[in-house]
Design a protein around this ligand. Structure first.
Ligand SMILES: [Ca+2]
Ligand SMILES: [Ca+2]
Length: 313
């Protein structure tokens, strides 16, 4: 009995490795062959339209994905230092959609997957793919400094037209409910405010709803109305300094990135079901005067180390 490999696209188009050469009507636009099993496909005239669509769909599937994608958290420690981002000078501001979750990986600057902005004000040129701290343009941005290698972080500078939230969304892919997590990050800044120390509140919620990237104020976003938001048992919120580096005053660029504090919560009790989502958001409010540029760096999330009790008989 002759064996052959066979594939089906939505039960409409058959792909076979033993089609007679005389019946072969086309070749794939990409290589599915192996040296032992060259693959071709056979189309009946009535199915060519369907087949073309199926092949196009497969080709699109094979393309690199730029879809919004929360970070899969399997239980292994996840870290993010934003050092894979690009740009060393202050970029021209690009458009950022307001009222929607926007993954920064789809914006300029090469941001990582799973990190989002949620600007509550209107759409506008409020994404700076890199900013040395020299810009007074309100908006979300990559914070960079003049160090070698360049220090990089993800943050914002509030204004009347640029406020809202930014942060990360993670999906529990561990296979079971997670009951305890440890989170740590550095709060950093590269431009001090003009008149008032700027606060950044940090809160979280767990939801079965995946990220919604269309305009929405409902579940699946960082909006207040998405659901009930909680602060961590050790509050991770921070404020720019009231004196010294980063204090209100000249609103000058700061290099290297100034670390306001390392914020850590250990063994935070949660009930995070498998395949559900953990939303962690940082706030950007429009404070009096010109705002600070500050944000998050060196983020990590992990499961607390298991404690093994030893007993001696
Ligand atoms: Ca960094
Ligand atoms: Ca602010």
């Amino acid at each position: 009995m002759k064996r052959c490999a066979q594939f089906k696209f939505k039960s409409e188009v058959e792909v076979s490795s033993h089609v007679p050469a005389s019946k072969v009507t086309s070749t794939f636009p990409f290589n599915l062959n192996s040296s032992r099993n060259p693959i071709s496909y056979l189309l009946s005239p009535s199915r060519r339209g369907l087949a073309a669509a199926a092949v196009m769909a497969l080709a699109l599937t094979a393309a690199p994905s730029v879809m919004a994608a929360p970070v899969n958290f399997s239980g292994s420690t996840y870290t993010q230092d934003f050092q894979s981002m690009t740009g060393t000078t202050t970029a021209t501001a690009a458009s950022l959609t307001g009222g929607a979750m926007v993954e920064i990986s789809g914006l300029g600057g090469g941001g990582p997957s799973g990190w989002y902005t949620y600007m509550t004000s209107a759409t506008g040129n409020r994404w700076l793919s890199s900013d040395t701290g020299s810009s007074n343009a309100g908006g979300f941005r990559q914070l960079v400094d003049g160090s070698s290698p360049t220090g990089r972080a993800f943050g914002s500078q509030g204004s009347g037209n640029a406020a809202g939230f930014y942060g990360i969304v993670l999906k529990n892919t561990s296979g079971s409910t997670i009951t305890s997590i440890t989170i740590s990050f550095d709060a950093v800044m590269n431009r001090n405010p003009s008149t008032t120390a700027n606060p950044t509140a940090v809160s979280y919620r767990i939801s079965s709803t995946d990220v919604v990237t269309s305009a929405s104020t409902a579940d699946g976003t960082f909006a207040n109305s998405a659901g009930t938001w909680s602060t961590f048992s050790t509050d991770l919120s921070f404020t720019s300094p009231s004196s010294g580096t980063g204090a209100p005053g000249t609103q000058a660029a700061i290099t290297p990135l100034f670390k306001i504090a390392t914020k850590t919560v250990s063994s935070q009790s949660v009930s995070w079901p498998n395949n559900s989502f953990l939303y962690i958001r940082l706030s950007e409010t429009d404070d009096s005067g010109s705002d600070a540029s500050q944000g998050i760096d060196n983020f990590s999330i992990s499961l607390p180390a298991t404690v093994h009790e030893a007993s001696f008989l």
